[in-house]
Design a protein around this ligand. Structure first.
Ligand code: HEC
Ligand code: HEC
Length: 253
């Protein structure tokens, strides 16, 4: 009798520890899968998707984004772009889009960079919040790429640009970097490619750097969707401050 109880207890203990172990194993796999998807996520793709994911993936959207405010001045395609609601400068209503035709009153994502990959992933796939981008970006690696961009790709705009809105880097370092990383396509004067083709002169790198330094810095760092332009951060391995140096020189062109 005693022996039976002991055997029973040993079996029970073994069964319990199996349950406990398998319970641990299951949750470890789930967390591990997220970790793995996150560690494989492509930062450059994230930066380009933030700019204009429809262009990167060849997707057409209908109407305006359900979260775009009715009082906002934009409509259609552009209202689906991350930058349209959260800003080129990543500080939304606190920054360049605090007023004017791009105003939405929506916050930026710079302060969200410290949130966990899982929390950011759910913010981007949460149907309840009408902010579910997996409706359009079917491949979940694109969502993870955006998560990686939010965590590792954003630059502190307040150190990149001074209170006067001018880039704070070094013109001379920027010149060397521009001539080795940009001029082969954009020309030494930055005007070999005309972005908008308006009649008042060529609108090249110098023009955009002055007109919209926040957008120009994002393009320098990640490239331009649908073009051959490299990412200075990923393809050229430049540091944050070197990308600001390029912007600083570009604004003298
Ligand atoms: C039409 C406007 C709009 C667009 C487009 C948009 N968002 Fe948002 N997003 C919001 C709003 C509104 C919130 C909620 C902000 C709040 O809590 O105040 C939000 C919240 C978020 C959050 C959660 C932030 C946090 O700290 O909790 C993340 C992450 C985010 N957006 C990323 C993105 C990304 C990446 C894209 C592009 C794929 C994008 N958003 C496109 C409006 C938009
Ligand atoms: C391999 C060629 C190539 C290189 C190198 C390159 N770019 Fe570009 N860049 C392009 C192309 C192509 C476009 C798209 C032009 C268009 O849409 O008319 C572009 C677009 C841009 C834009 C945005 C234009 C817009 O319409 O918004 C900026 C700003 C820019 N480049 C700056 C730079 C800077 C600064 C560098 C160096 C860090 C650089 N580029 C390196 C090819 C290049």
């Amino acid at each position: 009798m005693k022996k039976t109880v002991v055997v029973f207890c040993v079996v029970l203990a073994a069964a319990l520890s199996l349950v406990v172990l398998s319970g641990c194993a299951t949750s470890a796999t789930t967390a591990g899968e997220a970790d793995d998807s996150y560690s494989k996520a492509d930062l450059k793709t994230g930066g380009l998707l933030y700019d204009k994911w429809q262009k990167v993936r060849g997707i057409d959207t209908a109407g305006s984004h359900p979260l775009y405010p009715e009082t906002g001045k934009k409509k259609g395609d552009t209202t689906f772009r991350c930058k349209e609601c959260h800003g080129w400068d990543y500080i939304g209503k606190e920054g360049r889009y605090s007023k004017g035709s791009h105003y939405t009153g929506i916050k930026g994502l710079y302060d969200s960079r410290t949130k966990s990959p899982e929390a950011l992933y759910s913010a981007l796939t949460d149907t309840g919040a009408r902010h579910d981008f997996s409706l359009y970006l079917a491949d979940e690696s694109d969502i993870w790429a955006l998560v990686k961009f939010i965590r590792d790709g954003q630059i502190d705009i307040k150190s990149a640009l001074g209170p006067d809105g001018k880039a704070t880097g070094s013109v001379s370092r920027g010149k060397t970097l521009f001539n080795s990383n940009c001029s082969s396509c954009h020309g030494e004067d930055g005007n070999a490619l005309d972005f908008k083709g308006k009649k008042n002169g060529v609108q090249g790198v110098g023009w955009l750097a002055n007109d919209n330094p926040q957008e120009t810095l994002h393009k320098i760092r990640w490239g331009h969707p649908g073009s051959s332009m490299p990412s200075a951060v990923v393809d050229r391995g430049l540091s944050d401050s070197e990308t600001v140096d390029i912007l600083t020189y570009a604004s003298t062109l």
